[in-house]
Design a protein around this ligand. Structure first.
Ligand code: NAI
Ligand code: MG
Length: 331
């Protein structure tokens, strides 16, 4: 079986970490075919489009996509839209999955193994905004359909893990939107008698993520809450340099490191490639190649334990050195 994989480097360190992840993938005994495509600020400046039609075609043609990072201007620029947000919308990548796992480094807490499942298409990010000089309104859209499919996916994931799902909401205040999410979540959870479903108010959950992170298995929640909780959780296990994520739809899936284009270190050869490499492992897991995915994860773990890490993790290794070390272990 041969898989076609679309690679989008993007901007900044995306151009360093995606080639690194590609080299790791190429070291595996798998038949992979790569197609490369462009997106981001650089693409916008050269071609007038942050997400050219050829890139959409490449994503469509592939089994899965590995995306680096793009730079977005701080002030709005006419015609520029974040390509990753556009990809999520266009391909209906309704689920954002963020594994949060303890790492063998001093800045990581021990005993954590959770998966945050975030609804990726609606909520406060639905884009329904209006403003006058004196009042601004953002509408929060929650639908039965999107809530059902995200909670179903969370429960399916739970069956392969510790079988526990925490439904995070704020239904005591947001009665209409979180009320619907909560109600639908428990309806769906009843279809999974082997899965233990519990609920948590998102503010107290944010605290418990700090005080007792070991007790969580899967957390499922709406878009903005998931965005915040998942960055918080990444901070418990060593931060951006090691955090991968998956955007899953029915037809397509896009995998990416959580970090951005890191203009402060771009071009210096010191970007940590491991988040992108771990995103490649998630991609292989999604393609139902769990043995190869595990090989990558074990390789990364061993390299970190050996102290072969980039400056963000307190080491002195370069991107190339870390990548070579992972490849050596995989072979
Ligand atoms: P960032 O994640 O790019 O960087 C934050 C800090 O973490 C910087 O000091 C950076 O050097 C460090 N860092 C990040 N990834 C690293 C890695 N792999 N190895 C070593 N150090 C790393 O976030 P920031 O600075 O807020 O945004 C920079 C640009 O990236 C902006 O234009 C922003 O819009 C974009 N961005 C893009 C994202 C995406 O494409 N999904 C996500 C987040 C930000
Ligand atoms: Mg975020």
């Amino acid at each position: 079986m041969s898989y076609r994989i679309c690679l989008i480097e993007g901007d900044g360190i995306g151009r360093e970490v995606i080639p690194a992840a590609r080299r790791v993938l190429e070291a595996l005994p798998l038949a992979l075919e790569f197609v490369t495509a462009e997106a981001g600020w650089d693409s916008f400046q050269r071609t007038g489009s942050a997400l050219p039609e050829a890139t959409l075609e490449a994503v469509r043609s592939a089994r899965a996509t590995l995306f680096g990072a793009v730079s977005s201007p701080l002030n709005p620029v006419a015609g520029y839209h974040s390509p990753i947000v556009a990809l999520r919308r266009m391909f209906n990548l309704f689920a954002n999955l963020r594994p949060v796992i303890s790492q063998p480094i001093a800045t990581s807490r021990a005993g954590i193994d959770m998966l945050i499942v975030r609804e990726n298409t609606e909520g406060l990010y639905a884009g329904r905004e209006r403003a006058t000089a004196d009042e601004a309104v953002t509408e929060r859209v929650i639908t039965r359909r999107a809530s059902e499919r995200i909670v179903r996916l969370a429960c399916q994931q739970a069956l392969q893990r510790r079988k526990k799902v925490t439904i995070a909401h704020k239904a005591n205040v947001l009665k209409a939107t979180c009320g619907l999410f909560r109600q639908v979540a428990f309806e769906v959870a009843r279809e999974f008698p082997d899965v233990q479903a519990e609920e948590a108010l998102v503010d107290s959950l944010a605290m418990r993520l700090i005080t007792e992170p070991e007790r969580f298995d899967i957390i499922v929640t709406t878009n903005l809450f998931g965005d915040i909780l998942s960055d918080e959780a990444a901070g418990l296990v060593g931060g951006l340099g090691l955090a991968p994520s998956a955007n899953i739809g029915l037809e397509q899936a896009v995998f990416e490191p959580v970090h951005g284009s890191a203009p402060d270190i771009a071009g210096k050869g010191i970007a940590n490639p491991l988040a992108a490499v771990l995103a490649a492992a998630l991609l292989l897991q999604h393609l139902n190649e769990p043995a190869s995915a595990a090989k990558i994860r074990d390789g990364v773990d061993s390299v970190i334990r050996a102290g072969c890490v980039t400056p963000d993790l307190g080491g002195t290794a370069t991107t190339a050195k870390v990548t070579n070390a992972v490849i050596e272990r995989i072979r």
